[in-house]
Structure formats: C-alpha cells, structure tokens
Write a protein that binds this ligand. Sequence first.
Ligand code: 5GP
Length: 217
Amino acid sequence: MADSDTQIPAKLERRGLLFVLSSPSGAGKSTLSRMLLASEPEVALSVSCTTRPPRPGEVDGKDYHFIDVPTFKQMAKDGQFLEWAHVFSHRYGTPKEPVEAALSSGRDVLFDIDWQGAQQLYQEAGPDVVRVFILPPSIEELERRLHTRAQDSDAVIGERMARAKAEIGHWDGYDYVLINDDVERCFAQVRQILTAERLKRRRQKGLIGFVRDLVAD
Ligand code: 5GP
C-alpha cells in the first residue's frame, strides 16, 4: 500500500484518534508500532513514563521517560497522566499534555499500553479511542520470541509468560483482534483499520463544509 493511500485529503479537517495497540510482550507489538510510525507521518507516538529501569539499548525520552517512584506518584497526584497502571510490579503512565498537543495539531496518537490503560483511555475518551489487540499465533511461538529477544533472565521470561496468558484473557476489551503470524500481513491489517477509522464520518470534521461547497449553486 502506498503511503498516500491511507491519508485523508489534506483539505478535509478531521478529528485525531487515539490508536491503542496492546498485546502480551513478544507478540510483535513493538515491531508493528515502529512500522506504523515509519509509514504514517500523521501518527505521533505517546511516550509513557515508567518506574522500571531501562533495558539495554533503550533511550530515555524515546522509548520511555524513565522516572523514579516519588516523581511518578507526584505526577499521578497532579493529574498529569491520562491513565496509569501497575504492570509487572512497576508503574507505567501516559502523560496527558503531549497527547493533547498532538491531537490539537490534527495528528493521531499511537499508544503501546496494556489492557488497564486501554480501559482507562476508553473511559476518558471513548469515541476517539480505537483499540487493537495483537495475539501471537501460539504460546510456543510467544515463548520462542521472548527467548530470542534475550534481554531478560529466564526467571523474568517465566514471569512474562504467565503474565502473557493473563493479558491474552483481556482480548474481549478491544475493538479489533489480530493474529500476528506474519508481521507484514498483520501490519497491513493495522493500516487498514487505521484508514477505515479515519474515514468514519464523525471523524471527518471538514465534511460539512466540503459537501456544502459540492452542492452550492
Ligand atoms: P515493557 O516493560 O515490556 O516495555 O512494557 C510492559 C507492559 O506495559 C506492556 O504491555 C506495555 O504495553 C505496557 N505499558 C507501557 N506503557 C504503558 C502506559 O503508559 N500505561 C499502561 N497502562 N501500560 C503501559
């Protein structure tokens, strides 16, 4: 699909959407997020805050804002998060301000958050939220991918497998559920969802003026 295929004509103003991608770790969500950001200039990534330490190669401000627990608690108290949750015994939260800035500049925002975040975001901004859940093709494949990644110890991987199964149980809290057995195909499906959601009538704010001009004498 050419990049331009998923864009709405520039003259039509539209309402930005909050595009949530959730999955158990290892199901390919990070790869899909990267692919989406590389091919969709109108999508901005929401960079979360977390109290977990950075993994090798992770960059502060790009992968996460790595902050300590007191700072996190203060931000939560000050209402600076759109949502936040405990995941794997650490805190993760979505800073509100960059999301509002991206939406008001006409961009969509991509969220790599868990089911708790998706649920809270939906409560906050239901009609603007599109929730996509990515499933692995099998539990064996998920385990293989977690081992290949090799950034975590066996104990951590075991914990993540248990957690993955719990996370999978929340598939029915999503609007779309995709099985990632082929990353290119899954990516094409993600873009199809984005395109269809962008084209929803209620998101195309510019339609009224456009149609008025179309039928004007
Ligand atoms: P990881 O530590 O592997 O980067 O992320 C662990 C889990 O936390 C993933 O499922 C990820 O989607 C989720 N997560 C990352 N940021 C946020 C956030 O801001 N809010 C919520 N609720 N979950 C998040």
